[in-house]
Design a binder for this molecule. Sequence first.
Ligand code: SAH
Length: 332
Amino acid sequence: MDMNIVELENYFVSLNEKKFKALQVFEWLYIHREKDINNFSNLKKELRDKLKNDFKYDFITIKKYETGKDVKKYLFELSDHNYVEAVLMYHDYGKSVCISSQVGCNMGCKFCESGRLKKVRNLETYEMVEQILLIEEDIKDRIQRIVIMGIGEPFDNYDNVINFLRIVNHPKGLGIGARHITVSTCGLVPKIKEFSDLDLQVNLALSLHAPNDTIRNKIMPISKVYTISQVMDAIKEYLAKNNRRVTIEYVMLNMVNDSDECAYELASLLKGLNVYVNLIPYNETNNLDFKKSQRINEFKDILLKMGINATVRREFGGSISAACGQLRSKEV
Ligand code: SAH
């Protein structure tokens, strides 16, 4: 269902019903995992019928999955026969799921497979929640962490993504702590600013991928809309309002952004900010020309020497095309 708890409470109040009915609905949906509104037995029949009329209560299905080492990739079919993917990862600290937020993507990052299909539509809130519910049902276990780093730009589907966050974070929803959830954006400045004012302690990650506009312009079309200095100002605003460390994602592309000069320039751009750099080994795809950089450790060492926290992202799922930037909105 597409409503967060506050909207659902307001809905019941507008019907002259008690607010707590919203919590009961949440319990049916997310604790009992009941799919048939007729079985919401503590709501009277008129109310159940009204709910059925007033809400979209649709489902997505697992079309297929593939497994690799510590990873399982799911292809979901939506009710209008579009497709998205999500990835379950087993870490030593628990299970995390990387979910998609749109069918296709309009950001057009040159190195990313997901954007080769232009955006078809935004995912509805329930379509994001269901990715998690279906995976939990499949593995008969709970997941501990969520990253919104699959297909799509979450801040280009802002309202539904925020609704999703409220549902998964709510104790009567999926009860996943905000600190265990990360939203990644390619840098939509107005939305980063909106996100800064939100009363949710969800982690923010920025896909920066270049230390200057010249390089960023070559690989990320969004940088023609928002310059690095505008993006970094928005990040500074976020940091000033939230006491949360921001992740800077930096995909290491051979001969594009992996030189020593780039590392020094990145270090001076980030100096003094409460951020850490997550260096992403590039996952090559058959369709795109970029090559994986072999200089990740040298690059990391320069950042560390310059006082910038840096880690290298663990490589997951490459063998089944389930790694960063390899997910697609396609059946085959
Ligand atoms: N649109 C959002 C969410 C996608 S997150 C964003 O841009 O942040 C997926 C991350 O993987 C992004 O940092 C993206 O730039 C990166 N990525 C894309 N293609 C990749 C590839 N082939 N190899 C490694 N990382 C890639």
